[in-house]
Design a protein around this ligand. Structure first.
Ligand SMILES: O=C(O)CCC(=O)C(=O)O
Length: 273
């Protein structure tokens, strides 16, 4: 009898091309059921341990203590940012040398979820040259009804930050909104994912998500990886926050080398640890 053929978890060349052409990809590989079950149990524990923090956006659960929002996190979330197969795919799109600089749980509770305004991630982040691949892991099924992510394919291609306006509103999860003349919502696609699937998206991609008007939660865990050819500038991070545009203080943010080495030689791996 022939041994079963093992299907590779790696991105095909078409999928890599899709990422570069459209700014995102949904890999064929997905989280095994037991891993997903553990993540969902840890999500319940995270909510339980942080009852005073909005579930809409919980920053850096991978940092045990002292993260933004005073969140009580756990090392489990750091392990989930180190899923070897996922890192292999990240390496395929941003190269072999990269670090993890952030994670967020976007919990989007049933019925009450807020809107994530259209934005480019790069607007918020002190990384130069600007570069990051975000792995957004669906912990629940994500559909248009419960407010799945929406992407504008190809909007990353000019590699420029478009004009945003600061909007501090209780109905919004983030506070930088892309100006209406900077994108055409008619071009948007819904990122429909089953729990355990994930997407990879580029730092310049225009995206957002609608409120959750359904009876089903739509939680996602996103991990931010940047190639170490770029510099995570902690000093610039504090300037960004003082300017008022950022809800998060990046000046003390811990960095973790995930693969390879620090190519630019300027990333500080002692801050925040
Ligand atoms: O989960 C969401 O709806 C928003 C996520 C997002 O904006 C991001 O991961 O960059």
């Amino acid at each position: 009898m022939n041994a079963p053929t093992r299907v590779s978890h790696l991105l095909t060349s078409d999928e890599i091309e899709h990422y570069h052409e459209h700014g995102y990809v949904i890999p064929r590989w997905r989280l095994p059921a037991d891993l997903l079950a553990r993540m969902r149990a840890d999500l319940d524990a995270l909510f339980e341990a942080n009852q005073g923090v909005s579930r809409d956006s919980m920053f850096c659960p991978h940092i045990v203590k002292g993260g933004t929002q005073g969140l009580s996190g756990s090392n489990a979330w750091l392990d989930y940012a180190r899923i070897p197969e996922m890192l292999d795919l990240v390496a395929q799109v941003i190269g072999p040398d990269f670090l993890l600089w952030g994670t967020t749980v976007f919990g989007k509770p049933a019925g009450t979820g807020k809107r994530v305004p259209w934005h480019q991630d790069g607007e918020y982040w002190p990384i130069r040259p600007l570069a990051t691949c975000s792995a957004w892991i669906a912990l629940d099924d994500a559909t248009p009804e419960n407010g799945c992510l929406r992407f504008i394919p190809g909007s990353h291609k000019q590699r420029r930050l478009r004009a945003h306006t600061q909007k501090d509103s209780p109905d919004l999860v983030l506070n930088q909104e892309l100006n209406a003349d900077e994108y055409d919502e008619a071009e948007a696609i819904d990122l429909v994912l089953e729990a355990g699937q994930f997407s990879l998206h580029d730092v310049y991609l225009v995206h957002g998500s609608e409120p959750n008007r359904s009876t089903k939660r739509r939680a996602g865990y996103v991990c931010r990886y940047m190639p170490t050819t770029s510099h995570f500038d902690h000093d610039f991070g504090s300037t960004l926050q003082k300017r008022g545009g950022n809800q998060v203080d990046f000046s003390g943010r811990a960095l973790w080398q995930m693969r390879g080495k620090d190519v630019c030689g300027r990333n500080n791996f002692t801050v925040g640890h």
